[in-house]
Design a protein around this ligand. Structure first.
Ligand SMILES: C[S@@+](CC[C@H](N)C(=O)[O-])C[C@H]1O[C@@H](n2cnc3c(N)ncnc32)[C@H](O)[C@@H]1O
Length: 277
């Protein structure tokens, strides 16, 4: 469960700006695994509204979709309603650090944009991350594949044009985001190979909505990024005033373009791919 985002509330808006970004990267990794993709049992850890499960449900033998939010799970269920889909997916209301799945029972695990919600930071040695990775190791078969979609601290710093407006929230969020070197070491400690990393430089989490200059005024748009849940009402009002000024003086588009420059090299997300040893 996230200790800062309220998924009971956000569930209704989540799909307005989010999609299964980078699913083609995930599909390629699954296809390259030893077990043929159509025979794989895939775990979608923190499946949310089921965007990735829905995109992959017909590729694999079965999905075990797990989330702690009943509201997010309910929306995931609604996405996969045909008989074929229902037969290929099980939903579990559970935390991902204690999965209701047998040892050595899964061929692959995906975890998309969930790690930063674990109650960890730099000060506690990422112990909840370790618990989750050990749990993935327990349920994966030997050679099973783990695909993590997360943002690095550098991507939080430079990958989102509007983060420049909320520097305190960015610093706070960076504390919740594990560095790639810590992630790599932790995965090795928890029984995985040293991961490979892929950064799709053109992938933006909110799709076209990310480039909508007026989006920031829309609570729906802000609900597509959990960083807004750690921005106070006062700061938000100041930020919106600043953006309104930029809009009125005709400078908003140029501001966005400038603040978005670094994203083109850092990207917004990193896919880390490891195998259970
Ligand atoms: C940003 S959403 C990502 C949803 C989905 N993976 C996607 O990318 O569209 C984060 C999800 O992680 C879930 N979550 C956070 N911590 C969790 C935990 N410890 N166990 C299970 N689910 C968790 C939340 O309920 C939420 O649905």
């Amino acid at each position: 469960m996230s200790n800062y985002e309220n998924y009971q509330r956000v569930s209704r808006f989540y799909d307005h700006t989010r999609s299964a970004g980078g699913v083609e990267i995930i599909r390629k990794q699954l296809e390259d695994a030893e077990v043929p993709v159509n025979q794989q049992i895939l775990v979608d850890a923190g499946c949310g509204t089921g965007l990735y499960s829905a995109a992959l449900v017909k590729d694999v033998r079965r999905i075990e979709a797990v989330d702690m939010s009943r509201e997010m799970l309910a929306l995931a269920r609604q996405k996969m309603k045909t008989e074929d889909e229902i037969n290929r997916i099980n939903f579990h209301h559970s935390s991902i650090d204690s999965l209701p799945l047998d040892d050595n029972s899964a061929d692959s695990v995906i975890i998309n944009q969930v790690l930063h919600h674990l109650p960890d930071d730099t000060s506690n040695g990422w112990s909840n991350h370790a618990n989750v990775f050990r749990e993935f190791c327990r349920i994966l078969k030997s050679g099973g594949i783990l695909i993590i979609n997360s943002c690095s601290p550098e991507q939080i710093e430079s990958g989102f044009w509007f983060y420049h407006l909320i520097p305190d929230a960015v610093q706070e969020m960076k504390q919740k985001v594990i560095s790639l070197s810590n992630l790599n070491n932790l995965l090795e400690d928890c029984g995985f190979t040293f991961p490979r990393q892929i950064v799709p430089e053109d992938l933006v989490l909110q799709g076209d909505a990310y480039f909508n200059a007026d989006g920031i005024f829309d609570p729906d748009w802000r609900n597509g990024d959990s960083i807004w849940s750690i921005v106070s009402e006062d700061i938000l009002a100041m930020v919106l005033n600043k953006v309104r000024d930029l809009r009125q003086t005709g400078k908003l588009e140029a501001y966005i373009k400038q603040q978005d420059q670094k994203r083109k090299t850092t990207g917004q997300v990193t896919f880390s791919i490891a195998r259970k040893i």
